[in-house]
Design a protein around this ligand. Structure first.
Ligand code: G6P
Length: 367
């Protein structure tokens, strides 16, 4: 069993460390001559003109990957993008038709609610693009187009490389569609493609920059409630960071859009309450600093997640996690990696069964 885990104590840690390679396998074949090329997604110009809305659907972490995709795609493509939970979408008589591109995200390709949502939208005429890890799975078979994530088999119940390869594909899809829609000039396209090519080393650096995560986990693991806050792509990443912690450490945690704090959550901030503040998205850094001050004023302990080199944060934060710089819209990718490790070490400190958390299944094939 130790050999299967490649010398690591858990599959989860092995899979976290495999992320630079998993992402490399996922992106490299799809960048050719400075352009994102998605051979598996054969859209004619006429097909493309037909699309007036993109809808992303999934469950669990795949939904949170989709939530990152919503921000990135809408910003770059300038068409409306919605992300909706499959279990909600399927039962809500959705406004979906032949002008909708439905992007279905699933590691296993077998999640029952995701399959049902996909069938519902297919029946209404939507074009279906699936982002799937397991080759030949049900979702891959039912979709009009499939872009595989090449993460390799994922054994730990809590997804890590499955999620980050999904985010990498969604980032690439955004650039690809934006380019085809004429929304990216050569220069901007070049910058984004170069940033994508850096993803494997970016992820490695996100791991290497944070050797203090086991110590941080020792400091924070005894708390019963934590809050994650962020804005824009930081908010999308915070939802996955919070889910990781819940899944494997059984700590209660909640992710909030930082601007929503004052509409309720702030009532729960008291002395020593941990708040994990994701503040990598620089355009909104000042807004995040205000939120950090608000929670600090109520006694919270702030663990801030900021870009490498940020010194301003030391004025407020109790502890800092550093994330290497990339294109602002792609921040959530390096940002999630130390949060996966944080959840891992917290669960470890609490003696949890990390690879097989109680009550959870790797793939939920019942409704
Ligand atoms: C389960 C897993 C999650 C996963 C979700 C969706 O709940 O425990 O890690 O995100 O299903 O699975 P899928 O295979 O569709 O990505």
């Amino acid at each position: 069993a130790a050999a299967e885990k490649g010398g690591y104590d858990h599959f989860m840690l092995k899979e976290i460390m495999e992320q630079p390679n998993a992402i490399k396998s996922t992106i490299e074949p799809r960048i050719q001559n400075g352009e994102v090329v998605l051979d598996d997604f054969s859209l004619t110009d006429e097909d493309l003109r037909q699309i007036n809305k993109i809808m992303i659907t999934a469950c669990g972490s795949a939904f949170y990957a989709g939530s990152v995709g919503k921000y990135v795609m809408e910003e770059l493509c300038r068409i409306p993008v919605e992300a909706d939970l499959a279990s909600e979408l399927r039962y809500r008589n959705p406004l979906v038709d032949e002008h909708t591109l439905l992007v279905v995200v699933s590691q296993s390709g077998e999640t029952a609610d995701t399959i049902a949502a996909m069938k519902e939208c297919k029946a209404r005429g939507a074009r279906i693009l699936a982002i799937v890890n397991v080759v030949g799975s049900t979702i891959a078979k039912l979709a009009d187009h499939v872009i595989y994530t090449w993460a390799g088999p994922e054994i730990a119940v809590a997804t890590t490389k499955g999620y980050t390869t999904q985010v990498a594909v969604l980032d690439m899809l955004a650039v690809y569609l934006a380019r085809r829609l004429g929304k990216l000039d050569d220069q901007r396209n070049k910058e984004l493609v170069e940033a994508i090519l850096q993803f494997p080393s970016l992820i490695q650096r996100a791991i290497d920059l944070n050797p203090n995560l086991p110590a941080l986990a020792q400091k924070y693991h005894g708390h019963n409630d934590m809050f994650f806050i962020g804005r824009n792509v930081d908010y999308a990443a915070s939802m996955e960071g919070s889910l990781k912690l819940k899944e494997i450490s059984y700590l209660h945690s909640e992710a909030y859009a930082a601007g929503e704090l004052k509409h309720g959550t702030i009532a729960l901030i008291e002395k020593d309450r941990p708040v994990i503040a994701l503040a990598c998205y620089e355009a909104l850094f000042d807004k995040m600093m205000s939120n950090i001050k608000e929670v600090k004023a109520r006694g919270a302990q702030v663990l801030a997640v900021v870009l490498e080199g940020n010194r301003q944060i030391f004025a407020e934060a109790d502890d800092v996690i550093f994330v290497p710089r990339t294109e602002a819209l792609f921040n959530s990718l390096p940002e999630i990696v130390p949060l996966q490790l944080f959840a891992y070490y917290v669960a470890r400190a609490n003696g949890c069964d990390i690879d097989k958390p109680k009550n959870l299944a790797k793939s939920v094939t019942v409704e």
